[in-house]
Write a protein that binds this ligand. Structure first.
Ligand SMILES: *[C@@H]1O[C@H](CO)[C@@H](O)[C@H](O)[C@H]1NC(C)=O
Ligand SMILES: *[C@@H]1O[C@H](CO)[C@@H](O)[C@H](O)[C@H]1NC(C)=O
Ligand SMILES: *[C@@H]1O[C@H](CO)[C@@H](O)[C@H](O)[C@H]1NC(C)=O
Ligand SMILES: *[C@@H]1O[C@H](CO)[C@@H](O)[C@H](O)[C@H]1NC(C)=O
Ligand SMILES: *[C@@H]1O[C@H](CO)[C@@H](O)[C@H](O)[C@H]1NC(C)=O
Ligand SMILES: *[C@@H]1O[C@H](CO)[C@@H](O)[C@H](O)[C@H]1NC(C)=O
Length: 512
């Protein structure tokens, strides 16, 4: 403390002398080095990409904004006492190894500090001392391994904190105790083996948490603290294989969840079922083989579902999406996926016809079983009611990325056991009766088996779901032979429906 005061007084004296000298020689309070661009009227200076090795100290001391990014600055000791009014400071893309102690102590009004793309290895107790107004701190792409648990004790205003691209393994308990306003925390691309639970218990107002690109193996019960305002959770590109059924249950406000590119082998239905506010779910790039009935149970608000790049996918049950009455984008994806499958199927059987005699043909088993003549389009309008197999590429309007994803899937040998109807993607249209919209989405669960005739248009009729359950003899996978008859609203099943207040949230099953 004494040290700090002495330093501060000393630098104040030096700066005063410097300023007086400049005023005497120049008639101005500051000079602008040729490498910098000074806009004195708005108190903004940029010395970006100027090959500077030190922070210039002769700039206007009233500065609000200083950009010294993309230079060769190695250390910042005693560099900023001159600039007490700074609001914005950009030190990114330099060669800073350490922030030292109390070097930002005069920046009481600084709100944004960018220290990304340096070589900072640690934050000591006093590295960030004095930054009481700081709302945005970017420390991404450094070499941080150690953070003193008291490093953030004065950062009461911090709202966005970026730690991506460091070497963090854990965060100490109490690290964010003073940061009651923290809204976004980026911990992506580090080396976390588990959720930093102890540090996260204090971040009660967190809205976004990124833990992408770490080494997290599981999400256990109690790993995720009570973050009741968390809306976005990014857990993609980890090695998660297990999520405890209550692992995420405290996240009552969660609307976006990314679990792509993990080691998930079974759809985490129970763990997701409690996330009743979820609108976007990403599960691409996992090792899921079966998407079982009501795989996305209780997710009535789900609009976007990404399940491409599931290389080991063998089966999608026709009842997988029954609860997801608001599903939008995925239906298009699935329709594209199916269409591509059919094209492959056609091409293959053509090739087989050429190669083998009709007799031999009978002994050749296609690894894909598709009832191509039972799969009809429910939209868009120009191909409504037609065989999906007859649709052209342009009618399908499938994006390149979907096609790429699909062809990966198709090259894998698999048996497509259950595919019902065909999904219809619903681009935003003028107001349509709710019932029809639901029915289009509910076509997902329409089983292709019973009705041998194409669906009749303009004749909505309600049916019971049981009618469309795949009969046991069609079951290819043994484990589904014993499926109990399925009644989503009956006793003994999920009482998650009870939790919904609005009766119109109840899934309505209508077939067109
Ligand atoms: C910080 O800002 C306030 C009001 O915006 C101002 O009164 C005060 O002088 C500033 N403090 C410093 C150290 O510049
Ligand atoms: C800092 O400068 C870098 C590169 O010059 C830029 O990409 C970045 O957006 C700036 N940071 C802030 C917070 O404006
Ligand atoms: C922090 O890193 C600097 C620079 O590598 C090093 O000199 C210092 O000893 C480190 N401090 C702690 C507490 O690890
Ligand atoms: C979680 O936090 C919210 C809001 O602070 C509170 O209402 C709720 O009771 C807490 N839940 C648990 C399980 O602690
Ligand atoms: C994740 O899955 C891959 C592919 O199945 C496997 O090679 C790897 O060992 C798994 N990693 C962990 C940590 O389970
Ligand atoms: C292949 O041969 C079978 C039996 O002769 C026939 O039903 C089928 O339509 C042929 N497939 C194609 C794509 O020509």
């Amino acid at each position: 403390m004494e040290d700090d005061k002495i330093h501060s007084m000393w630098w104040r004296a030096v700066s005063t002398v410097l300023v007086l000298v400049m005023m005497g020689s120049n008639g101005h309070a500051a000079i602008c080095p040729s490498a910098c661009r000074c806009e004195n009227d708005i108190l903004k200076t940029s010395c970006a990409s100027a090959s500077l090795e030190f922070v210039p100290i002769q700039l206007n001391p009233e500065l609000h904004e200083l950009d010294i990014s993309n230079n060769k600055i190695v250390q910042i000791h005693f560099s900023f006492p001159f600039y007490e009014n700074l609001l914005n400071l950009n030190l990114s893309h330099n060669r800073i190894k350490t922030l030292g102690n109390s070097n930002f102590n005069s920046q009481k009004n600084l709100t944004r500090l960018d220290l990304s793309h340096n070589q900072i290895e640690n934050l000591t107790r006093d590295s960030l001392k004095g930054l009481k107004a700081l709302t945005y701190l970017d420390l991404s792409s450094n070499s941080l391994e150690e953070i003193n648990p008291a490093a953030f004790r004065e950062l009461h205003s911090l709202s966005v904190l970026k730690f991506g691209g460091n070497k963090l393994i854990h965060l100490e308990e109490g690290l964010f105790r003073a940061c009651k306003n923290l809204k976004e925390l980026y911990l992506n691309d580090n080396q976390f083996l588990e959720l930093p639970t102890a540090a996260l218990t204090d971040t009660v107002h967190l809205r976004l948490l990124s833990l992408s690109q770490n080494l997290i193996l599981t999400v256990e019960d109690g790993d995720m603290p009570n973050l009741s305002e968390l809306q976005t959770l990014l857990l993609d590109s980890n090695v998660i294989s297990e999520i405890h059924p209550d692992g995420l249950s405290s996240l009552t406000a969660l609307s976006h969840l990314d679990l792509s590119d993990n080691n998930i082998t079974a759809m985490p239905t129970a763990s997701l079922a409690k996330l009743s506010s979820l609108t976007t779910l990403r599960l691409s790039g996992n090792y899921i083989s079966h998407i079982l009935p009501v795989a996305f149970r209780g997710l009535f608000h789900l609009r976007v579902l990404k399940i491409d790049r599931l290389d080991t996918l063998k089966q999608i049950d026709s009842r997988a999406f029954v609860d997801n009455i608001k599903l939008e984008k995925n239906t298009h994806g699935l329709q594209c996926w199916l269409w591509q499958l059919i094209q492959e199927h056609k091409a293959r059987s053509l090739k087989l016809n050429e190669t083998y005699s009709e007799k031999k043909m009978k002994t050749v088993t296609l690894d894909l079983i598709l009832d191509v003549n039972d799969i009809f389009c429910y939209g868009p309008e120009d191909i409504e009611g037609e065989l999906l197999a007859d649709a052209t590429k342009s009618q399908m309007d499938c994006s390149v990325s979907w096609m790429a994803a699909v062809s990966v899937t198709v090259t894998v040998t698999f048996i497509l056991a259950v595919i019902g109807g065909v999904l219809y993607w619903a681009p935003k249209r003028r107001s349509r009766p709710i019932k029809k919209e639901i029915s289009e989405i509910q076509d997902t669960i329409r089983r292709n088996m019973p009705p041998p005739t194409p669906p009749r248009k303009n004749e909505p009729y309600e049916v019971q779901v049981e009618k469309y359950i795949l009969p046991p003899h069609m079951m290819i996978q043994n484990d589904y032979r014993s499926l109990p008859s399925w009644d989503p609203y009956g006793a003994g099943t999920v009482n998650i429906y009870e939790q919904l207040n609005e009766p119109r949230d109840r899934p309505h099953i209508v077939y067109v």
